[in-house]
Write a protein that binds this ligand. Structure first.
Ligand code: CIZ
Length: 330
């Protein structure tokens, strides 16, 4: 049996957990007792995906949770995702199993610096990718996702000047697709910038039939090689609906769990990172473990707090995105 010190070294939690407990059963019991709903992002570890009520992308999950009558939302994801859930469900208690589960992309755009950046372009509209802090959303005119970013930009008059943040790779992709000159914030996701063009080329030689599926947070050199570029949900749908049998997946490797579950007869190969020590697992989202999920539900902590004025301002650009999406039939 692990000692408490060993459990702490593994980063499970500060609190002792009886090792004889079946955590799957305990979490189910707590969930019913507390009228809670568990959300797991596609990038989350398999056990957490398997116990979740909903699996998906950050906006889709937050929307699902808002439709429920749950009192508690446990968001197994990263901090900005739990904030999005809180913005859409301000009266529900939102928990994040590990409060330190942050996001390199969201952190690459500190709100106080973005405010100064924005002030340099007073006649520009601000579009931010949903992968950013609540405070950044509150400073935006429209929020977008990786699946609707191109259409949101296209929906605006051609003369409209636009700042796009925080992801420079998604921004460059949108600029290329729309032919618009966007002012980009220089932010990026550490996982999506790790893929190696040379190694993917070699992998494709060994698997000539494999299709490369890439997330638009990847660098342009990777997107240029891709057979399909799309959001997490888009990548999953592509793999399921196309008859191809082999896929190289250039996004966080956690998504392969759902891809494989939905398509047991197909082969999914994680796109290789650029050096032997690098890893296409996000170290931040993977701070969440089944043990921490159990403890956070039991203790109803750590809870996500977003100031009311930020919620009120952050929900507006999300609503604007939803209105545009509805108008465009997305
Ligand atoms: O918004 C999300 O959940 C992420 C991280 C990406 C996507 O494409 O869904």
């Amino acid at each position: 049996m692990d000692t408490l010190a060993e459990i702490n070294i593994k980063g499970f939690a500060d609190e002792y957990i009886d090792p004889t407990l079946d955590l799957f059963d305990e979490i189910e019991k707590l969930k019913k007792q507390k009228n809670a709903v568990i959300l797991a992002h596609y990038y989350q570890e398999p056990d957490i995906q398997d116990i979740a009520d909903y699996i998906g992308d950050s906006l889709g999950l937050s929307q699902q949770a808002a439709k429920t009558d749950a009192d508690i939302i446990v968001f197994a994801g990263v901090h900005f995702m739990a904030e999005t859930a809180k913005i859409l469900s301000p009266t529900k208690k939102v928990l994040l199993p590990d409060i330190k589960a942050g996001c390199s992309l969201a952190d690459s755009c500190p709100p106080h610096l973005f405010k100064k950046f924005k002030e340099q372009y007073p006649d520009h509209l601000v579009i931010t990718y949903v992968n950013c802090t609540a405070e950044l959303k509150a400073m935006s005119d429209i929020v977008c996702t990786s699946s609707n970013a191109v259409q949101i930009v296209q929906s605006l008059p051609p003369e409209q000047k636009i700042i796009f943040g925080p992801d420079k790779n998604l921004g460059a992709y949108v600029a290329k697709k729309t032919g618009r000159d966007l002012v980009l914030w220089n932010g990026a996701c550490m996982v999506h910038e790790i893929f190696s063009r040379e190694k993917i080329t070699k992998l494709k030689e060994r698997h000539p039939g494999a299709k490369l599926l890439a997330h638009p947070e990847c660098e342009e050199v990777i997107l240029q090689m891709a057979d399909y570029v799309g959001s997490t949900t888009g990548i999953l749908k592509y793999a399921t609906s196309y008859p191809d049998k082999e896929f190289i997946v250039a996004t966080e490797a956690g998504i392969i769990h759902q891809m494989q579950k939905d398509n047991p007869d197909k082969v999914f190969i994680p796109a290789p990172p650029n050096n032997a020590g690098a890893c296409n697992d996000c170290p931040h989202i993977k701070r969440n473990t089944l043990e921490k999920l159990y403890l956070c539900l039991k203790n109803e902590s750590p809870e996500i707090a977003v100031p009311v004025d930020i919620i009120e301002r952050a929900v507006k650009p999300i609503e604007r995105m939803l209105e545009i999406s509805a108008r465009l039939g997305l």
